[in-house]
Design a protein. Structure first.
Length: 163
């Protein structure tokens, strides 16, 4: 059974790091999660496996009244104008995404966001919960999002990532 120590002292670390893009680039959307973030998380993973580290549940990202939502199983069933699968990928690797919105009122244009969840409002609108580039928890109606692009800028989640 591998341990954090055996992995950290492996002579293959440099090779894994140099081949990170090559090994995963054909399987996952770009940008990939940074190698350092993966490597730095190994201690936490092995501590959790050994039972010496507790994972504290983060609060849910919520603004107003929303209902539960379950992501479709396949990308073809999203039926949305924007690539929500890329958003879900970015959230899962804790990578900020650039989101371009055209709201009915308020600030328009591109902003770098931390994506957390998608849920329905009581009115039946699908909304995206994010921490925006000004550090505020916000929800954006998905039908008002013009574009989404994951970035290589990592973030430490403040809320549960629920995709």
């Amino acid at each position: 059974m591998p341990t954090a120590a055996t992995i950290e002292t492996s002579p293959f670390r440099a090779e894994i790091e140099s081949e990170w893009e090559n090994m995963l680039g054909h399987q996952l959307p770009r940008p990939l999660a940074p190698f350092e973030g993966f490597w730095d998380a190994l201690d936490d993973v092995f501590s959790w496996l050994a039972g010496t580290r507790q994972i504290h549940a983060l609060p849910r990202a919520e603004v107003g009244k929303v209902t539960e939502w379950e992501a479709p199983k396949a990308i073809t069933s999203w039926r949305r104008q924007v690539p929500l699968e890329l958003l879900r990928y970015g959230a899962r690797i804790a990578s900020r995404s650039t989101s371009t919105t055209a709201p009915e009122r308020g600030r328009q244009g591109a902003r770098r966001v931390e994506p957390y969840s998608l849920r329905y409002t009581q009115d039946g609108n699908l909304v995206l919960f994010v921490v925006n580039d000004q550090g505020f928890l916000r929800s954006y109606r998905v039908d008002r999002i013009a574009a989404i692009r994951p970035t290589s800028v990592a973030f430490t989640p403040r809320f549960r990532v629920e995709f």
